[in-house]
Design a protein around this ligand. Structure first.
Ligand SMILES: Cc1cc2nc3c(=O)[nH]c(=O)nc-3n(C[C@H](O)[C@H](O)[C@H](O)COP(=O)(O)OP(=O)(O)OC[C@H]3O[C@@H](n4cnc5c(N)ncnc54)[C@H](O)[C@@H]3O)c2cc1C
Ligand code: FES
Length: 285
C-alpha cells in the first residue's frame, strides 16, 4: 500500500479536509482518543496512509497541531488520533464533542519500515502517549501476524491511571502470540503489573537481540535511557527505530521549523533508525 495524499494537484496544500468526530474515548485524565471520518464520503475511499505517518489537525478559530495517526491502515473504517492536553490546540480539541467537525491535512512524513521488520522478533517499547504511533504499527503487525516471529510489547506510564489504550493492553495481554509487559513508576494496592521505569524493566526481561528489531516511542528521557539499555542488551543502532517529535508548523518541509541537524523531521522522519540520528540528537535526548 502506498501513501496517498488526497489533495489533488494545483490545490492549496495547506487547505484541510473536514473530518467529523464520530467517537471520543477518554484514555487518562489528560488524554483522549478521537475517532474521525471524512465529511466528504469519496475521500474515505481514496485516502490511505502508513503506520508512523502523522497529520496536521485543526480546531477552527484556535489553530493547528501535529498528531500521529494512531489507528492502523489495516483497519480503515475510520481514523484515530490521540491527544494529550498540553496547550492551546490540544485543550481546544479536548473541549469538542461527538458530531463536531475538525480540519485534517495529511498524511505526512515517512513510516515504520515494515519490510525490515518482516521475519524478525519484534520488541515494541512505549511510554505514556508514545504508545500512539506504536499502536498503529502493533495493530498492523498483529493483523499480519504470520509475517513476524516473537512479539514483545513493553509499555510504561507514571501510574495505573496514566496508562493509555487500556482496552488494547488487555487484548494484547490475552493474546497468546504476544508477550505483554506493563509497568508503572509508582504502583498501587491492586496493581498486578511491574513497578519500575521502562529501561529498568527492559534490562530485567532481557530480550535477545538475535534476529530482533526494537521500536521505541515515548518521552525523550525514556528514549534516552531505553537506547542505553538496548545497547547493553547488544542491540546495534541499525536494529533500533524511534520517532522524533520536534515542534512543527507546515508538516511539509517548507517552513524549516522542525529541523534537527541536517534533517527535517516532518519530511525525512518522523521515523528514524538510531543509526541515522545518533550523531545529532544528543541535545534532544
Ligand atoms: C510527528 C509528531 C507526532 C505527534 N504525535 C502526537 C500524538 O499522537 N499525540 C499527542 O498528544 N501529541 C503528539 N505530538 C505532540 C503535539 O504535536 C503537541 O503536543 C501539540 O502540537 C501541542 O499543541 P498545543 O497547541 O496544545 O500546545 P502549545 O500551546 O503550542 O504548547 C504547549 C506546550 O507544549 C510544548 N510543545 C508543543 N509542541 C511540542 C512538541 N512537538 N514537542 C515538545 N513540546 C511541545 C510547547 O513548547 C509548550 O510548552 C506529536 C508531535 C509531532 C511532531
Ligand atoms: S514543519 Fe515545516 S519544515 Fe518541517
Amino acid at each position: 500500500m502506498n501513501q496517498r495524499n488526497v489533495f489533488p494537484e494545483g490545490k492549496n496544500i495547506y487547505q484541510p479536509h473536514l473530518m467529523e468526530i464520530i467517537n471520543i474515548i477518554p484514555e487518562t485524565g489528560d488524554t483522549k482518543t478521537f475517532h474521525i471520518q471524512f465529511v466528504e464520503a469519496s475521500l474515505h475511499e481514496t485516502f490511505s496512509f502508513l503506520s508512523g505517518q502523522f497529520a496536521e489537525y485543526s480546531v477552527f478559530g484556535e489553530g493547528e497541531a501535529t498528531f500521529c495517526i494512531s489507528s492502523s491502515p489495516t483497519r480503515m473504517d475510520h481514523l484515530e488520533f490521540s491527544v494529550k492536553r498540553v496547550g492551546r490546540v490540544t485543550s481546544a480539541l479536548h473541549q469538542l464533542n461527538q458530531g463536531d467537525t475538525i480540519g485534517f491535512r495529511g498524511p505526512y512524513g515517512n513510516h515504520f519500515p515494515l519490510d525490515r521488520l518482516k521475519g524478525k522478533n519484534l520488541l515494541f517499547i512505549g511510554g505514556g502517549i508514545g504508545l500512539a504511533p506504536l499502536r498503529s504499527l502493533i495493530h498492523n503487525v498483529l493483523d499480519n501476524r504470520s509475517d513476524y516471529q516473537d512479539i514483545t510489547i513493553l509499555y510504561g506510564a507514571r501510574s495505573p491511571q496514566d496508562l493509555c489504550f487500556k482496552y488494547d493492553l488487555e487484548a494484547w495481554s490475552r493474546n497468546p502470540l504476544v508477550r505483554m509487559i506493563t509497568t508503572v513508576d509508582v504502583g498501587e494496592k491492586d496493581w498486578k503489573g511491574k513497578v519500575g521505569l521502562v529501561p529498568m524493566v527492559l534490562e530485567e526481561i532481557r530480550p535477545s537481540a538475535d534476529g530482533a528489531v526494537a521500536v521505541t516511542c515515548g518521552p525523550p528521557i525514556m528514549i534516552r535511557y531505553t537506547l542505553k539499555s538496548l545497547e547493553k542488551l547488544a542491540f546495534t543502532p541499525s536494529q533500533v527505530w524511534t520517532t522524533l517529535e520536534m515542534k512543527m508548523k507546515c508538516g511539509l518541509g517548507k517552513c524549516g521549523r522542525c529541523n534537527v541537524g541536517p534533517i527535517y523531521v516532518c519530511k525525512d522522519g518522523p521515523v528514524f533508525s538510531f543509526e541515522e540520528i545518533r550523531n545529532f540528537i544528543s541535545d534532544e535526548f
